[in-house]
Design a protein around this ligand. Structure first.
Ligand code: HEC
Length: 182
């Protein structure tokens, strides 16, 4: 397999996507016969590398002069990555919780906290997405959703949360919205 050939081709012809379509017939069949994956990998690697190069150049070029009329020109450079995620809510951080609230924090908050997977997925169809901020959750609905699972939420078994505990959680949520969710 002559993989040296393809990076050169890509440079000559511009976009990697054009290579397959524009290649002469003999070449086309060779590309189809097993080098497609290699070509795709090379193309991806090339794109990633050039995107990085471009980014580095832009950052280095713009910052010292400040001459580029860019929307974010006034914003300070990101100091080492994305902003910190919200702190997880645990029984330790919500020490005043008791009863249904404490059980909710213990068993549900890992997914239904501000940064949780459940909150993120619910945000696609309900507002507010935080269960504790809702004013329309019937206790029976909470129980059925938890026991059966709903959408991407797995069923919560009795071995994990007993009927009495789930009833307390459901009553807590049904009595919302709760100030604690703000
Ligand atoms: C493993 C993560 C996870 C845990 C733990 C979890 N949930 Fe969920 N929950 C989800 C996800 C994800 C959804 C969104 C389902 C969807 O729409 O796809 C959801 C949705 C729900 C809904 C539906 C809300 C609506 O508007 O339809 C209820 C009620 C609910 N969860 C209650 C609970 C309760 C009560 C607990 C604790 C006993 C709990 N969940 C624990 C992930 C979780």
């Amino acid at each position: 397999m002559n993989i040296d050939r393809h990076p050169g081709e890509r440079r000559d012809r511009g976009l990697p996507g054009g290579t397959l379509l524009n290649a002469p017939r003999g070449q086309r069949s060779r590309i189809r016969s097993g080098t497609t994956a290699v070509l795709a990998a090379l193309a991806l690697a090339g794109c990633a590398a050039s995107a990085q190069d471009g980014g580095a150049e832009t950052a280095a070029g713009e910052q010292p002069t400040g001459s580029a009329p860019h929307a974010n020109a006034a914003a300070p450079p990101p100091a080492g990555g994305p902003p910190p995620a919200p702190k997880p809510i645990t029984l330790a951080s919500r020490s005043g919780a008791s009863g249904g609230e404490a059980l909710y924090v213990e068993h549900c908050m890992s997914c239904h906290g501000p940064n949780g997977m459940g909150t993120g997925l619910l945000a696609r169809r309900v507002q507010p997405a935080l269960l504790e901020a809702r004013d329309n959750l019937a206790a029976q609905y909470v129980i059925v959703a938890a026991r059966r699972g709903i959408g991407n939420m797995p069923p919560i078994p009795r071995g994990e949360v007993s009927d009495a505990e789930l009833q307390a959680i459901a009553d807590y949520l049904a009595a919302g919205p709760h100030e604690a969710a703000r």
